[in-house]
Design a protein around this ligand. Structure first.
Ligand SMILES: [Fe+2]
Length: 269
């Protein structure tokens, strides 16, 4: 699930898994550009396993790509880079910014940085509790303070908890909100074990009521008002769609989905 470190021990390294047993959890076709709005694509990636050793859940992964001025591509939460995907990308633009929106989402960042040496890689701040800086070429801070090349096309909103920070993005023209782990939404028939069904239900991350994972909420126990302000900002942006990295994403009524997913924080509106 998300930053389970303080609940379930140390962060567990993610590893790609391609076994047939985990293919049921993904959203094929994989490693393929899927245009969901003008200048916005998603790419569904392979499954990863995440969690403590005995209870690792297979997660589907998803990358979001936005094209800005000059055919510059903003690559959010990069997934596996295949030769065919490289060819497809070349048709739509040039990867310019590689985004690790939180420290959990840097698994394939170096592969992309190596493939596109002119691209700048931005990584969210560390939680300061054991996650060292990932060794990524051209790594720059992603803290919401710096002026970024993707502005003003894409708004940047940092959301910091006690041991977890995620940077949220909003593509203004298409009204597309991009989250990584702040909402997860696992579909029952894409979970590959009874334990995964139990954990996702307990974690509050099961479709159709995907929310912020309950363990992640602990990170915001002392930052509740800041989180609430951030959620209100996201709602005020009035997104049409909300893309998330794990599970079924929201293709319409994005603001309403935010009100639903964060009702534990903002009350019913
Ligand atoms: Fe994640």
């Amino acid at each position: 699930m998300a930053p389970v470190s303080k609940i379930q021990g140390a962060y567990t390294p993610m590893s790609a898994v391609d076994s047939p047993a985990t293919q049921t959890v993904t959203y094929p076709p994989l490693d393929t550009l899927k245009e969901i709005a003008p200048d916005v694509w998603i790419v569904d990636g392979p499954a990863i396993r995440f969690g403590i050793p005995c209870f690792r859940i297979a997660f589907p992964t998803r990358m979001t790509i936005i094209r800005t001025a000059g055919r510059q591509l903003f690559i959010h939460s990069p997934t596996r880079l295949t030769p065919a995907l490289k060819v497809a990308l070349a048709q739509v633009g040039t990867p310019s910014w590689l985004i690790g929106p939180n420290r959990m989402h840097t698994r394939w960042l170096q592969d992309w940085s190596s493939a596109y040496p002119d691209a700048l890689a931005y990584v969210a701040p560390s939680d300061g509790r054991g996650m060292s800086d990932p060794p990524i070429t051209h790594r720059l801070p992603l803290n919401g303070i710096t002026a970024y090349g993707w502005e003003p096309h894409i708004a940047t909103l940092p959301i910091a908890g006690s041991y977890f920070t995620e940077i949220v993005f909003f593509h203004r023209v298409s009204r597309t909100l991009i989250l990584a782990d702040l909402i997860e939404n696992f579909e029952s028939d894409r979970l590959d074990s009874p334990m995964a069904r139990i954990l996702t239900q307990l974690g509050g991350v099961r479709h159709p009521d995907g929310q912020m994972p309950r363990d992640m909420r602990l990170s915001f126990a002392r930052h509740r008002s800041e989180l609430r302000l951030a959620v209100e900002t996201m709602i005020r942006w009035d997104p049409e769609r909300v893309i998330i990295s794990h599970g079924r994403w929201y293709c319409r009524d994005g603001a309403a989905e935010l009100r639903r997913a964060f009702r534990w924080l903002i009350g019913r509106q």
